[in-house]
Design a protein around this ligand. Sequence first.
Ligand SMILES: Cc1cc2nc3c(=O)[nH]c(=O)nc-3n(C[C@H](O)[C@H](O)[C@H](O)COP(=O)(O)OP(=O)(O)OC[C@H]3O[C@@H](n4cnc5c(N)ncnc54)[C@H](O)[C@@H]3O)c2cc1C
Length: 355
Amino acid sequence: MSAPKILIVGAGPTGLAAAIELARAGIIPTIIDRKSGPSGLSRAVGILPATMHSLHPSGAAPKIAAAAVRISGMRIHKGAQQLLHLPLPICDDPYHQMFGLPQNQTEAILRETFETLGGHVNFGQSLTSISQNDHTVTALIEDASQTFDYVIAADGIHSRIRRGLSLDYRGFDAPGEWSIADVEVSSLRDHAAARVFLLPAGKAALILPLSETRIRIVSNLSDALGAIPIPLDITKTYRTGTFTVSVRQIERYRAGRVFFAGDAAHCHSPIGGRGMNLGIVDAVDLAGRFASGDLDGYHNSRHSEGKRIMDFSENARATLTSKNKLTRAAAFTAMRVANHLPLLKRKAVENMLTL
Ligand SMILES: Cc1cc2nc3c(=O)[nH]c(=O)nc-3n(C[C@H](O)[C@H](O)[C@H](O)COP(=O)(O)OP(=O)(O)OC[C@H]3O[C@@H](n4cnc5c(N)ncnc54)[C@H](O)[C@@H]3O)c2cc1C
């Protein structure tokens, strides 16, 4: 039997991970992206153990490990005062830690890995519509009609495929706006640590290391740069901006011969750093099913995982931004106590690392 003809729409982390795993199974997919070339923009930073294990067989994970910062732990503060320090790593497994790498660099490694397997990313190719029958899917790409056996919709949060098929993306838009800044700093003690600062009135700020000298700051105050209550020696600002949070999920991950993965299937707060990781693991699961033939199991396997991670991220966002004085006082006390209890600290680290 000849290999199925598969179109992947979107060469973000989800589409690229699916392309790699299909290529490893002997199915070289067509992958298109409407962007004219690779993105220089970094959204996701943190890469989790499950993602590294998923990307190990293709050889992408060792390249990510070589390029990324190994996050040295998490430091949680009330204002400037540290309450809890969760150091990493906690075991010898080289992937059982958190890696920090700008998303565009992760994508570059995934693209190279796909090319090594004989694939090619077609940039500057936009899908405008699809239609399907029981046997094929027809895609309109740059005004040319092409036919495939299956389509993987990895076309992100505003998925044209999802909208074209009139599929609900049920959920809500969370209130408020977050600010973001990527900067170079010259002297920050334990630079490789991720940091959370709990500030008065439900405000918070986070620092994530992007490289040996570069950090990402995120806050629900309007100015991420001004939100950090410890001295930062900023030598260069790469970008500042804002973003809002939507929490949504598609009802079924499969619509006939079309499969949804990554942000096209789910979105939630980036607090907790799960979105890209979840999309990559969706993609690896789906690609494996084209090889094994168990395509029907995809929805059940990934929809429930998506829902679990969305709930986790919403809890993290709610805790971080709670204005309830009692909730916050209880959280501060729990963290102070946990800081002296190695078993509790280990459990907190496992929660932080588990996808
Ligand atoms: C500020 C911020 C910080 C984040 N931090 C983290 C983090 O630390 N960890 C984490 O795991 N996640 C994080 N995320 C989430 C993460 O960035 C996304 O979950 C991830 O990019 C989703 O990948 P994707 O491939 O599914 O979609 P995308 O990365 O959005 O890729 C979709 C691709 O499809 C292409 N496309 C769209 N429509 C078409 C079309 N019609 N034809 C052809 N191509 C098309 C687009 O050009 C794009 O390249 C963060 C997000 C934000 C906003």
